[in-house]
Design a protein around this ligand. Sequence first.
Ligand code: SAH
Ligand code: SF4
Ligand code: F3S
Length: 474
Amino acid sequence: MDFNGKTTTSLAEVAKQKEYIELIKTVLSVRFPERAPKAYVHTYGCQGNVSDSERMKGLLQACGYVFCDKPEDADFVLFNTCAVREHAEDRVFGNCGALKPVKEKNPELIIALCGCMMQQQHVADRIRKSYPFVNLVFGTFAFHRLPELLYKVLCGRKRVFEISENKEPVVEGLPVYRDRDVKAWLPIMYGCDNFCSYCIVPYVRGRERSRNPEAIITEAKELIAAGAKDITLLGQNVNSYGKGLQDDIDFPRLLRKINALDGDFMIRFMTSHPKDCTKELLDAMAECEKCARHLHLPVQSGNNRILKEMNRRYTREEYLNLISYARKVMPDLSITTDIITGFPGETYEEFLDTISLVREVQYTSMFTFIYSPRKGTKAAQMPDPVPYETKSRWMRELLAVQEEIAAKRTASMVGKVYRVLVEDETHEKDGRLTGRTGGNVNIDFAGDSSLVGQFCEVKVTQAGNWVLHGELLK
Ligand code: SAH
Ligand code: SF4
Ligand code: F3S
């Protein structure tokens, strides 16, 4: 292992991909003698996928590609897909179908599909049969091998499918192309071992694999040096970080190490699974001054029978205890969550337990989903008698409760001063900026665009329905 925490396998793999990058450059310089080849990359799904795409874009850039905003302008189209709900998959099939006429106009166009959805054999089979204009399909275990796979397509004129699983450690030392400097994603682990009964992720992302701490610290330092001010540590269950590594490390210790790095930046992490969210982690968060006062702690349901059926391995009471401990050590903590309504067999009474939990916790915001059966998961086998319309009605009821809570919360922020990171110029009116608080709430205020990427103090002056307005103090 070298100082960057790169394993020998990793070094050999990166060296191999670098050779393919050189070969691709030669092929592309012949195909595109007058201009740089263009790639269009579209990412579906979670931040984990966004982060994988940043690495694939790093590889494409190394091959000589520049990026464009429309498939119609591209020489290479890559969709990085998500399988978490049916709706996500339908969008990919729809958008992929829309590429057919684009390919007819430009037969040289190379179309590739990758990511979680492709890792499922039945999806790869459907693409093989019904989408013959797709040149390349690869799963989540092969994203670092994009140069090798693309080279095969460029030279062979044959379709390439690569969806085998591998159990190798994470490949380090890949180039990364980031769309933004100020907010950055930093993956610390891949995969998931939890097998919540409704979830496809463990099947398409494989077993948990943690990145080496040195590699994470090195990347964090690079990000900070490049101007990152808001760094989100990523993993399906960051609390499992470190399992299986030789290093004496776990997530609270990693958090402390990153907190100790020089620079003015904020640390966030997601996702933290309640069953492994320990008091030790909450204490570490409270002690780390760079850790944003924001905890995303997906509860999924407030009913113990449903939680058991979901295989979440905590009870409503245990979850609520965690929340009260978190608020005790961090009184200003902003808590967000994910909720599924209409899990197979859920009754209205059981759903009302979720409503009462939401009222009790008073979340800052939440992501709500109607249960979507996923092929191969345990929940997909369970009887599911409640019609979709009923589930939608429950969802609307839940959203109404959350709106009430959010309105109270935003009203209580009026008159208070918050330190925000200025993210972007909003497009509504000239001279308005958006700042994000540590608690992940946006405040809109008048200011000069030179403040983008800086921390400022803003006083909230007015609470609108969805947005807070404020004035710049300094
Ligand atoms: N690892 C994270 C969540 C990853 S998936 C965690 O355990 O919290 C993001 C969210 O999608 C989940 O929290 C869940 O609320 C939702 N989700 C996952 N599978 C789903 C399904 N089959 N139907 C509806 N929502 C689902
Ligand atoms: Fe899915 Fe559960 Fe893993 Fe989250 S912890 S990715 S919900 S199996
Ligand atoms: Fe989707 Fe895969 Fe993320 S299924 S939510 S892109 S891990």
